[in-house]
Write a protein that binds this ligand. Structure first.
Ligand SMILES: NC(=O)C1=CN([C@@H]2O[C@H](COP(=O)(O)OP(=O)(O)OC[C@H]3O[C@@H](n4cnc5c(N)ncnc54)[C@H](O)[C@@H]3O)[C@@H](O)[C@H]2O)C=CC1
Ligand SMILES: Cc1ncc2c(c1O)C(=O)OC2
Length: 250
């Protein structure tokens, strides 16, 4: 893709230090976008950015905690100086080791922490960055098929992802006039660092109930993200699309 006049189009990917976020950042970079790796864990963020750059991609690390308004303001400052904001992928979430307890055994603190990062985060980052967007623009919110299926022993997590799906709809309506599409992507349980601690039986259950019965990999998600960032998706907004080998179906 050639750069439009006015410099490269920037796509911010939160939580892009590893896992699905890094895979999506790599794809956005390969598609010709300037990628901002907005990541809480500086070591991960630096390493991921170095990897992308070593592959010849235009990437830069900006430390960011999506739960902290001042940190998100600093992300906006960094984006403002770095070109034109075209896309935002709200990917950062607490997804590592969150499962295992019935809803009645969850504590207030765990509930609030997940809601703060996973639901408030995408709202706060979108709220803070939206004035920087060009037209057209793209926002992609990463949900989870666990919220569609109703996965047990993840109640706070799936409630936070349910909020992300509803938020997507409100944002799509409110940003439609500005030519910014907003969609949610609901990945299935994927083989990556964050799910190494998910019991094998759970991985098996997900795999065996898919139309395409094999383990999901981070790259299974990136084709849809590429499409959503492209002009080909210009009339698609407010939707939630599950990429999960057919574990859930609409
Ligand atoms: N891995 C899976 O099987 C699935 C993951 N998802 C969703 O995909 C997204 C990515 O998941 P994974 O790559 O598995 O997770 P991960 O835990 O490997 O990566 C998430 C990244 O976000 C960062 N992060 C955490 N809190 C942050 C904060 N407050 N501010 C900025 N960055 C922060 C972490 O440091 C980490 O690098 C999440 O939204 C997750 O809920 C959805 C369905 C399945
Ligand atoms: C079963 C299960 N465990 C952990 C996670 C998920 C899941 O479905 C998920 O969607 O993101 C992290």
């Amino acid at each position: 893709m050639t750069d439009a006049p006015g410099g490269a189009r920037t796509v911010v990917v939160t939580g892009a230090g590893r896992g699905l976020g890094l895979a999506m950042a790599r794809r956005a970079g390969a598609d010709g976008f300037r990628v901002v790796v907005a990541e809480l864990d500086a070591e991960r963020g630096e390493r991921a950015t170095a990897e992308l750059r070593a592959d010849g991609l235009d990437a830069r690390f900006v430390p960011c905690d999506v739960a902290d308004p001042r940190s998100v303001d600093r992300l906006a400052d960094a984006v403002r100086t770095g070109g034109r904001l075209y896309g935002l992928v709200n990917n950062a979430a607490l997804a590592n080791g969150v499962g295992g307890k019935e809803f009645w055994d969850l504590g207030i603190e765990a509930w609030d922490r997940l809601m703060t990062v996973n639901a408030r985060g995408p709202w706060l980052v979108s709220k803070t960055l939206h004035p920087l967007f060009t037209t057209p623009g793209r926002i992609i919110n990463i949900a989870s098929d666990a919220a569609l299926y109703g996965s047990p022993r993840l109640a706070h997590y799936i409630a936070s992802k349910g909020a992300v799906i509803a938020l997507t709809r409100a944002m799509a309506r409110e940003l439609g006039e500005r030519g910014i599409t907003v969609n949610a992507v609901a990945p299935g349980l994927t083989e990556c660092e964050a799910t190494e601690t998910v019991p094998a039986g759970r991985h098996d259950l997900y795999r065996l109930n898919r139309a395409i019965s094999r383990p999901q990999q981070p790259d299974d998600l990136t084709g849809l993200v590429s499409f959503l960032l492209s002009d080909a998706s210009r009339y698609l907004t407010g939707q939630t699309i599950a990429v999960n080998g057919g574990f859930t179906m609409n």
